[in-house]
Ligand binder design. Sequence first.
Ligand SMILES: Cc1cc2nc3c(=O)[nH]c(=O)nc-3n(C[C@H](O)[C@H](O)[C@H](O)COP(=O)(O)OP(=O)(O)OC[C@H]3O[C@@H](n4cnc5c(N)ncnc54)[C@H](O)[C@@H]3O)c2cc1C
Length: 518
Amino acid sequence: MARHMTGMPAPIERLVIVGGGTAGWMAAAAFSRFLNNGHTKITLIESAEIGTIGVGEATIPPILTFNKMLGINENEFIAATQGTFKAGIEFVNWGAIGERYVHPFGFHGREIHGVAFHQLYLRARSRRPMPPISEWSMSGAAIRLGRFARPGTDASTPFNQLYYAYQFDAALYARFLRTYAERGGIERIEGKVVDVALNGESGFVETLTLADGRRIEGDLFLDCSGFRGLLIEQALKTGYEDWSHWLPCNRAVAVATENAVPPEPLTRATARSHGWQWRIPLQHRMGNGLVYSSAYLSDDDARDTLMANLEGPPLADPRTLSFTTGRRRLSWNKNVITLGLSSGFVEPLESTSIHLVQAGIARLIALFPDKRCTDVERNEYNRAMKDLAEDIRDFVILHFHATRRNDSPFWDYCRTMQPPDSLARKIALFREKGRVFRDNFELFATPSWVAVMFGQGIWPDGYDPIVDALDEDHVDRAIEQMRRDYEATAQRLPTQAEFIARCCAAPGSPLRAAVAAS
Ligand SMILES: Cc1cc2nc3c(=O)[nH]c(=O)nc-3n(C[C@H](O)[C@H](O)[C@H](O)COP(=O)(O)OP(=O)(O)OC[C@H]3O[C@@H](n4cnc5c(N)ncnc54)[C@H](O)[C@@H]3O)c2cc1C
């Protein structure tokens, strides 16, 4: 055995995470569990002086897997983060002013004899007017009625098709994960990194120097330093691929407000004349922000637009943030892996940024290196992260490009731009017979593409001929029954406020009192 081991490459002994925002603490929490091996020391450095971005509060369903992986109790988690549940996103004014649609999580309907539901829907729609396809979704029905309950593992159909994610207070989320990670043995250092020393031969990062002179050495570094990309860009000059020509928004102005209504189980994205506005309901407040392009709207006008379109009184002054949509050319360069905003950013329209952190962590666990950080592992990681980022990019571009809006130069640009070839191909295929072919391990499944294509007004010229092999009356009766089942099941659920008040309200949450009084 000993002889065997002498040839083994040296394992990572010091993992250093730079940054204590959502990305840094997600990584710290995950590695406190998965690198709990007795020989890897994990250190996280964060700087209170610099702070965190303080936004990033809506997620998508895979986050449930992350929490399960960490063994987090969902009720405790929701209570600790002032969280709410999210069954999908409602898009207002995207296809055209006055239109709205829902992108619900999970499926639309059920296949019949292996034929995708949306194809059955398309045939029915070719014969008569049909309600929106989201009426054939458990999550869609929950959103429409403002209801929510957690489907247990033994829940019956169609309740078990209620897919959901979380909305939470970003600062409380980082605090929750910090407690978890510190319990797991992570060392946290408060300090500002002022210098990064590279090995003269390999170019690997070796030592970080803090403002007070302390030196931190490491074998592997996670750059979670936010947009500045302290290690991946400032030290390693990795380069950035700019996607602004497809996604021209480069600013956001954000403000929290008091809740004017009980929290609904959805994030809302409302298109405005030069961008769009998010609305994320939490237990104790509403998160709001306007994402816009500085080429078309001044910061002052953006702030005025946001403040004129709030539902409740603001809790603070609005904050403006700048970003460049795109991605770092390599997610893993030398011995540095970038997670979070340091790896790039696609605007938060489909709440994908925190998911990219999670996906990066999962892939890094699967490809965890030894001290050499070989090209084989690095290339595999980079390929997977590039594919994922580009899939997300295309899905987000679809929302801007597939519009009939012509009320501003911003929408004229988005509507008439040339999308990436990969997206153009998808749209062309869908326009013919409503087909969606997924490449590799794309994040968004067919129902998501269908929800947004239909929602934005891309109606195929026909449907898949395979549908005509199925008896039309039988299919029509079956799909009508499905719709009634979703509706009836959602009717039986509590409102989201009742559900939260019952099992996961934050200490002192206004929801408890509101529900008790109703
Ligand atoms: C407008 C907007 C809205 C968003 N909405 C969503 C959303 O709804 N859903 C979603 O999934 N994502 C969203 N995101 C993205 C999300 O905010 C980020 O993915 C997430 O917060 C992770 O950020 P981060 O940890 O990478 O960076 P940050 O929060 O910026 O953290 C960086 C950390 O690095 C530290 N640091 C930096 N420099 C140094 C230094 N020299 N020394 C020591 N420490 C240093 C900082 O102190 C901080 O702790 C949004 C982003 C924006 C801009």
